[in-house]
Design a binder for this molecule. Structure first.
Ligand code: ADP
Ligand code: ADP
Length: 243
């Protein structure tokens, strides 16, 4: 199991249509997430949370600073070796509609990482996809394997996305507002599933949200971001005692 360490990371964006003006999205941020820890990254909209999510998953590079997961220096990984990182670090995003390929069946979507990352045969992978679907509450899985995304509800799609993320047996999960696009009535179920999976699998979790209540349920440590700067951090019970 590996520790994520983010060290002095900054990211600036050029503002659209404003010439050379830069937005500082993330400003000299440092934190570590030890194996198995559940950490919340909270802050108002525009505070830089999603940018940090993209930086730690290697989908964007920082302007300065280092991001290390175990022996992988994330900001230096080539596009090809991101594969090595994504074997260990998986993501679940806000939008369960955009995250799934509309022409891939659920069975194909969830089994593919087992083939690509774990080297399973297609039929082994399909069996495992069935087990994963059962685990994420899409049971009996036989009813879901051949479905296409448009035949599923938003909550069911997010469960498929979670099953796909777990398929390659990752060590670390980055969940960026995983329930904010779902009906309010579905949110608690998905959050409970994420909490259970995190504990069962000893996953490290970076849970990105503006919703303090859900951060309280899901995390034991909190980082509070304001305008790209970590302004407070500590045990969730301490940080969220006086919201
Ligand atoms: P949060 O996730 O907390 O809402 P973001 O990380 O999305 O915050 O954004 C932080 C800041 O960076 C905001 O000012 C946002 O407008 C800006 N920003 C984020 N992504 C981009 C981008 N691709 N291009 C330009 N500006 C961006
Ligand atoms: P395609 O065959 O068109 O590449 P994929 O099934 O690989 O389609 O993925 C569909 C979309 O979901 C792509 O935009 C891809 O980047 C994204 N995606 C794939 N795997 C994951 C994952 N584990 N977490 C989040 N997004 C993913």
């Amino acid at each position: 199991a590996s520790t994520l360490s983010v060290n002095g990371v900054s990211k600036r964006y050029r503002q659209r249509g404003k010439g050379r003006k830069l937005t500082v999205a993330v400003d000299n941020v440092s934190f570590t997430i030890p194996p198995g820890a559940a950490v919340g990254l909270v802050g108002a909209s525009g505070s830089g949370k999603s940018t940090i999510g993209r930086l730690v998953t290697g989908t964007e590079r920082p302007d300065s600073g280092q991001i290390r997961f175990g022996d992988l220096q994330i900001e230096r990984l080539s596009h090809r070796s991101l594969h090595t990182l994504h074997r260990k670090v998986q993501m679940v995003f806000q939008d369960p509609y955009g995250a799934l390929n509309p022409v891939h069946t659920v069975g194909y979507t969830v089994s593919r990482p087992c083939v690509n990352y774990l080297g399973m045969s297609a039929s082994e992978a399909f069996d495992r996809a069935g087990q994963l679907l059962d685990r994420v509450g899409l049971a009996p899985s036989g009813q879901f394997l051949s479905k296409l995304p448009h035949q599923l509800s938003g909550g069911q799609r997010q469960r498929v996305v979670i099953a796909r993320a777990l398929a390659c047996e990752p060590e670390f999960l980055v969940a960026d507002e995983p329930v904010s696009m779902l009906d309010v009535s579905l949110r608690a179920g998905i959050l409970r599933l994420l909490a259970d999976l995190q504990r069962e699998n000893g996953l490290s979790l970076l849970y990105i949200t503006h919703d303090l209540l859900s951060a309280r349920v899901l995390t034991d440590h909190i980082l509070v971001l304001n305008k790209g700067i970590i302004v407070e951090q500590g045990a969730t019970v301490e940080v969220l005692r006086n919201p």
